[in-house]
Design a protein around this ligand. Structure first.
Ligand code: NIG
Ligand code: FE
Length: 420
């Protein structure tokens, strides 16, 4: 068998297997294949073999053109998949950090016209090229930290023109650097100031004008909504999501983050692909998500950064059979972190997930949460050769160390794109 790339001598190659059709749930979420002295071979953009170094050295023909990567003393994982980010936005919000330290609540900053709405001002003021340049910069940071696929939401434009500009920028960023981006339309992220106090009238604009343009121009795969007290109610969320589904988009939700409104139940009712955040999800919400197979995308970096006193019940959801994925929620306000390695630490410590459950949550289950599990999320023959090498003797070490970028190499589509 021919190979253009072989990664060999890894202390461990760590990957799920056989989970490309449905996400891992329950006990299976914690099962992972570990190959000691492992190797992965690729031909062009695709993986052709995974096994021990001895097995692959037998099977694989190499020639002078084959790139051989020695992974001695390192752990090899599938390229990480970040299934919830707001990676394209204008400006930044360090000027609001002092308010946050004074204890002004997140929703109060938003009600004063700051928060999401101050990022809206900056995103509207930015040109498409400026948004693209910033998005490329953030994606390069993510790539260097091991992310090779990510979801990317609009939602800081909140006018037809600025939402379309953001989605076009996401497509440009996708094409301009190695990370594959999966676009989500989040026009219902907040009520813009021109529609203050009139969320239903704003949703008319989202449904009648924005959504048709997004769909016509093939700009998004998913539609999302921020279902939250004083933002969009369950009824309003149902309205925008139903309209999006009728126009052919798949559904996601920001649900049950701060006030328990029943967003998880709505996600189950509508057959959403995922419901995200879920700090205050009800027992009924957990039961319904498990029943309908809705993926819980938990964002523990946001909980940490908002200084909330409790995390989403990750352990309880896994035990109830909800497929769990994890993401950074990278955004300029509630989570200016785009490093999934920090999410590994916070999820292990505060969601009480095992390192194996966490790795599945940022690889195969997160690939399902962005509809890409047939191509990425595990190291299996036929999938894209997206791999990340960590300077770590075993995978537990990734949960144990924190605050240091442990990535030594990233391979995307069979090409070495990061070398530290
Ligand atoms: O996922 N919750 C709503 N949206 C983002 C925050 C956006 C912001 O603060 O800019 C989130 O946390
Ligand atoms: Fe978010």
């Amino acid at each position: 068998m021919k190979a253009t790339l072989i990664v060999k001598n890894a202390a461990q190659v760590v990957t799920s297997e056989g989970a490309s059709l449905a996400p891992l749930t329950g006990e299976k979420q914690g099962q992972i294949r570990v190959i000691e002295n492992g190797a992965v071979a690729a031909n062009g953009e695709q993986i052709v073999a995974v096994g021990t170094t001895a097995e692959l050295e037998q099977k694989i023909e190499t020639d002078a053109a084959t790139r051989v990567v020695d992974a001695s003393g390192q752990v090899v994982l599938p390229g990480l998949v970040d299934p919830h980010t707001h990676v394209v936005f204008g400006g930044s919000r360090e000027h609001e950090f002092s308010l946050k330290l004074e204890g002004v609540p997140y929703l109060e900053i938003l009600a004063r016209g700051g928060g999401i709405l101050s990022s809206v001002e900056m995103t509207r003021a930015a040109t498409e090229d400026e948004l693209v340049a910033a998005g490329i910069k953030y994606c390069r940071q993510m790539l260097a930290q091991g992310t090779t696929t990510a979801e990317a939401k609009s939602g800081y434009g909140l006018s037809t023109e600025a939402e379309l500009k953001t989605l076009r920028a996401i497509h440009q960023v996708d094409g301009a650097q190695p990370i594959d981006l999966v676009p989500t339309f989040l026009g219902a992220h907040a009520v813009p100031k021109e529609y203050k106090g009139e969320p239903d009238r704003y949703l008319d604009l989202v449904i009648d004008e924005m959504l048709p343009r997004v769909v016509e121009n093939n700009l998004a795969r998913y539609c999302d909504v921020f279902c939250e007290e004083d933002v969009f109610s369950v009824e309003q969320s149902r309205r925008v999501l139903n309209a999006a589904r009728e126009m052919g988009l798949e559904l996601k939700m920001h649900a049950d983050e701060i006030v328990p409104l029943g967003g998880a139940e709505l996600a189950a009712e509508l057959g959403a692909v995922s419901a995200d955040h879920l700090l205050v999800i009800s027992d009924e919400g957990i039961r319904r998500m498990a029943e309908e197979g809705v993926i819980a995308v938990i964002l523990p970096g946001t909980t940490f950064y908002l200084r909330e006193d409790h995390y989403a019940p990750g352990r309880k959801m896994i035990e109830a059979g909800v497929p769990v994925a994890l993401a950074t929620d990278f955004n300029p306000g509630s989570s200016p972190n785009n490093n999934l390695q920090l999410i590994i630490n916070i999820a292990s410590l505060y969601l009480r997930m095992t390192p194996a459950e966490v790795i599945n949550a940022i690889t195969i289950n997160s690939a399902h949460a962005v509809g890409r599990a047939a191509e990425v999320g595990s190291l299996e023959a036929g999938k894209k050769a997206d791999l990340v090498l960590f300077d770590a003797p075993n995978y537990d070490y990734l949960a144990y160390r924190y605050g240091t970028n442990l990535v030594s190499k990233v391979i995307k589509n069979g090409q070495l794109v990061v070398e530290v």
